[in-house]
Design a protein around this ligand. Structure first.
Ligand code: NAD
Length: 366
């Protein structure tokens, strides 16, 4: 059964991690190491069934292959899930046991934080293995990726405006920003600095208040965000918000935001394209976070990180070229760009031998 699934998904390796004493039940999925070691976060979630955990890790690890490839990183795709309740099942032993499994893969998989995991958990993982990013800044870690993600989203936005309107004057357009968390608020700040008109919403009224007071945004209701007269809809909260119910309501001709999995399904992606709305593929736009942690591998440097964020502009431009070249929706063009890079660079790497991660910037010790 499992191998049948893997034939279909193309995964290289699945590792079931078990340590009874530490209460560890985890799955590491390595989808591809063609471009380099498989990088992707660890999620801790109280999955109802083991099958649910397996399905999630297979889906997420495959997504990382595409994201890392489009981001231009020399990294493959992987992901891990720890089965458990993040609010009560965490312990030093659990994360150290998990770290030992990561270490046993000798660098084929490099982990990071994801839902349910924070930098303190990663500190324990780091005691057992070097193959971890997102560690504390005192060890050469990169810290909170959100400002980078927001800045990267701005780069993606500029490329998208350029494609749609032939200019990149962010301040000329109006925006509907959904979600004012770590990324959303920073994005609003960047938009405001460029003089844009901004509509905002969030379930947390304090955040809305801040966006209004500090950045002159106009507050609207949670559901109203789909109806405002904005040129750009910018989802920065949840996934699946572009769906059968919302698409008819959107006035925006451009969709560009940081949230993951914005399209409810592929059919919606096709319909967005058919209506002439330009959709900036989410995983290409929000790659700032992964770019930032990837830089930890050969010595983190903030300036390099900011420079790297600017490559998102070119990545989006390339996606739109492929979309035009092949007559396909932009969400498909992003996947194609990833596949083409894996194919081309993969061949090159095979002939030259694969690189191993270096971790030059790391300072060991507790
Ligand atoms: P966050 O949790 O800090 O912020 C999310 C915000 O959305 C919160 O303020 C929350 O109150 C709000 N929200 C939730 N449901 C909402 C709703 N129905 N309507 C309006 N607002 C709602 O998360 P974040 O780190 O800012 O990430 C935002 C999105 O970007 C997520 O989808 C995340 O997966 C994605 N992303 C983040 C990063 C990063 O660097 N943080 C990188 C890549 C992708």
């Amino acid at each position: 059964m499992v191998f049948e699934t893997l034939d279909h998904t193309g995964h290289e390796q699945i590792v079931y991690c078990h340590n009874k004493d530490a209460g560890l039940k985890a799955i590491i999925a390595i989808h591809s190491t063609v471009l380099g070691p498989a990088l992707g976060g660890t999620r801790m979630w109280n999955y109802a069934t083991e099958q649910e955990a397996l399905d999630d890790v297979l889906r997420l690890s495959r997504g990382m292959t595409y994201k890392n490839a489009v981001a231009g990183l020399n990294l493959g795709g992987g992901k891990a899930v720890i089965i458990g309740d993040a609010s009560k099942d965490k312990s030093e032993a659990l994360f150290r046991a998990f770290g030992q499994f990561v270490e046993s893969l000798g660098g084929r998989y490099i982990t990071a934080e994801d839902v349910g995991i924070d930098v303190n958990d990663m500190e324990y993982v780091y005691r057992e293995t070097e193959y971890v990013t997102g560690v504390h800044q005192v060890h050469g870690g990169s810290g909170d990726p959100s400002p980078f993600t927001a800045y990267g989203t701005l780069q993606g936005l500029m490329a998208t405006l350029n494609k749609k309107y032939g200019d990149e004057e962010v301040g000329k357009y109006s925006y509907a920003v959904q979600g004012l968390g770590h990324v959303g608020m920073e994005f609003v700040k960047l938009l405001k600095e460029r003089g844009a008109k901004i509509f905002v919403t969030d379930i947390n009224p304090k955040l809305v208040e801040r966006a209004v007071d500090e950045f002159g945004a106009e507050a609207v209701g949670l559901d109203e965000i789909y109806d405002v007269p904005a040129d750009v809809y910018s989802p920065c909260a949840l996934g699946g918000t572009i769906n059968e119910q919302t698409l008819d309501r959107l006035k925006a001709q451009v969709i560009c935001g940081a949230a993951n999995n914005q399209l409810a399904n592929n059919a919606i992606g096709d319909e967005v394209q058919r209506r002439g709305i330009l959709y900036a593929p989410d995983y290409a736009v929000n790659a700032g976070g992964v770019m930032n942690v990837a830089l930890e591998l050969d010595g983190y440097n903030r300036e390099r990180a900011m420079r790297m964020m600017r490559t998102i502009y070119h990545n989006l431009g390339r996606i739109y070229e492929i979309s035009d070249r092949d007559g396909i929706p932009t969400y498909q063009a992003a996947d194609r760009m990833a596949e083409e890079r894996i194919e081309k660079i993969g061949k090159l790497k095979l002939s030259m031998g694969r690189g191993t991660p270096r971790f030059q910037g790391r300072i060991r010790g507790n």
